[in-house]
Design a binder for this molecule. Structure first.
Ligand SMILES: [Zn+2]
Length: 216
């Protein structure tokens, strides 16, 4: 493991600054979290994109949101096949053990993952088509959603349409997890779709009745 190094200096400096200036104000809160464990009311499934500022947007303190991030905030279909499923494991833990009340699937504008899926589906990204492309095979989850937006002529609007359709597909896939479906059916869990405009930080929420996004 000699190739694994200690913290880069800029992160070490940021950490030491935070520990001496900000942390002391919240020491009791962290102590409480350590003693009582976590009991977040909501799970957020968001993109890995560093611009999606989840805790800032919701004004949440440490310990209040259970967050899972992956490329393009996707939930794959329920597939209990004995393989590794990071997203499914996080959902199972949140629902069955933490008993969160809400799951938010949060997409965003200018999503590189969604852009990659469009390129792949339009035949412009042969490297993603390779069987051993981890990104390509992950973005296969979004492939069915592309069919719904393929007719949108303007590329920028097509991108936004797929970002939103992907959220819809992930919510549908979530309902395929039996423990999610049970919790939704008995009223202990609600599902939500959100899309964030990165520049304006405007949030739109999915209206399941109207089947479209409206300002939050
Ligand atoms: Zn993204």
């Amino acid at each position: 493991m000699h190739r694994v190094k200690s913290l880069p200096s800029y992160l070490r400096d940021r950490y030491r600054d935070w520990k001496t200036t900000s942390f002391p104000e919240h020491r009791d809160w962290f102590q409480k979290l350590a003693e009582e464990g976590q009991s977040p009311r909501a799970m957020v499934i968001a993109c890995c994109d560093s611009r999606v500022a989840i805790n800032s947007v919701f004004g949440q303190r440490t310990g209040e949101l259970f967050v899972h991030r992956n490329i393009a905030n996707l939930v794959p279909p329920y597939t209990p096949d004995g393989n590794h499923h990071g997203t499914g494991a996080a959902v199972e833990f949140a629902v069955r053990h933490l008993r969160v009340k809400h799951i938010l699937v949060m997409g965003h504008s200018n999503c590189g993952g969604v852009q990659g899926c469009i390129a792949m589906c339009e035949g412009n990204a042969p490297h993603f088509e390779e069987r051993d492309s981890l990104i390509g095979r992950w973005l296969d989850v979004l492939r069915p959603a592309f069919i719904a937006v393929a007719d949108v002529a303007d590329p920028a609007l097509r991108q936004i349409a797929l970002e939103k359709e992907g959220i819809h597909v992930s919510l549908e896939n979530l309902l395929g997890y039996p423990f999610v479906q049970d919790a939704v059916d008995d009223g202990s869990l609600t599902l939500h779709g959100l899309w964030a405009d990165i520049a304006a930080m405007d949030l739109e929420t999915f209206d399941g009745t109207l089947r479209r996004f409206t300002p939050a």
